[in-house]
Design a protein around this ligand. Sequence first.
Ligand SMILES: [Zn+2]
Length: 71
Amino acid sequence: MGTRKEPSLTQDTPTIIGRIPEKSGKTPKTGDEERVCAEPSCDTKLTRYNTSEHCYRHKPRRFPRVRGRLR
Ligand SMILES: [Zn+2]
């Protein structure tokens, strides 16, 4: 015994620990900005889970066959 290394005190700088920000209770920023539907006349908010640029109503889905264009 006796070979136990003591933690260097120089590294143990007495930083301010346990300092609670005065403005607590605010939702932490997650980096997601509010997005709305890409449709100009629609301002449905998109959740961050919605990877589409449109809301579920304007979300482009499988086009039901374009007539007159393709042959
Ligand atoms: Zn929309």
